[in-house]
Design a protein around this ligand. Sequence first.
Ligand code: EPU
Length: 338
Amino acid sequence: MNISKNISIKSHNSFGIDVSAAYFSESHHLEDLKHLLLNRCHPDIFILSGGSNLLLTKDLNAHVIKICHKGIHLVSETENEVVLDVAAGENWHDLVLWCLEHDYGGLENLSLIPGCVGSAPIQNIGAYGVELKDVFVSCEVLEIKTLKTQTLLAEACEFDYRSSVFKTRAKGKYIIYNVRVCLSKQPHVLHTQYGDIQRVLKENNTDKNPTIKDVSDAVISIRKSKLPDPKILGNSGSFFKNPTVGKDIFNAFHSKWPEAPFYKITENQYKIPAGWLIEQSGLKGYRENDAGIHEKQALVIVNYGNASGKQLLAMAQKVIQTVKEKFAIHLEPEVNII
Ligand code: EPU
């Protein structure tokens, strides 16, 4: 098994932060993973996937294992549905494209989300009215302590808005090495009500009987117009979650800022877009050295080149504090901060 010592992992995190890993190995199969855990060079391990939801503020004094497991397998098929097993190291967007090629529906709204399949359940990735949990069947996990494998069904994963059991009670307990999803065959159920999808379908002349490919194309063009490409400008997508507040706080907020967009989740819960709060705090496009707030989408923190993790974290803290002072609302990062 190949083990590198003291290597930079700049190319393994989408912020492009130059920190080093004390030890670094790739795992290509479940057997590699077990072998690496048993023979690790450091008591601490750090599991790296696509590195697209990660803010690294220090060197990783650990044995870093990058999950590179590949493969998409058809498990079963009926007239209306297919069940697929996807290895954790598959690139998420490549999976979406593969599904579009095979005319399997369900992932089209999740087009162009950076990262790998194995991290998708951790934060229950979501966009344009669809979340991973909507297609998720189960995942295969390796328990780090015991090296035992298990299948976790959706209920056991405790999916929530940008969260799951892997971010809460079971944080650091398992490595996800396979994800099982159930997708549709014709006729597909499309989700086109959210945000700008309808408008872009019209602009593309694909609003009459759109296909899943048309929806994916619309999502791709919306994302490209707002979200920076991490290959060009380091970032990790939405840095903050959209805060959820109770009715009393919402009513006080709404009477003061009636123009603010919001989503009613339940009778007593309202979601307020963090991007709006940050923009109204005057921080959209703000920059200090190489750390900044994206000029087209205030939810995204960007690395203009050589920002350190600490500088990016300081920018996030400035955002949290400024929004708190202006709106008395606390923003929570969506990104994993190490
Ligand atoms: N807004 C502003 N200023 C901004 C950004 C947004 O005023 O700079 C306003 C918009 O005008 C709109 C509202 O905020 O009224 C919501 O904006 P948008 O539809 O762009 O979505 P979002 O809430 O900012 C969420 C997800 C994105 C996802 C989009 C589309 C979170 C934290 N973010 O963003 O997810 O792509 O909806 O579904 O839930 C990600 O997780 O990395 C991500 C990009």
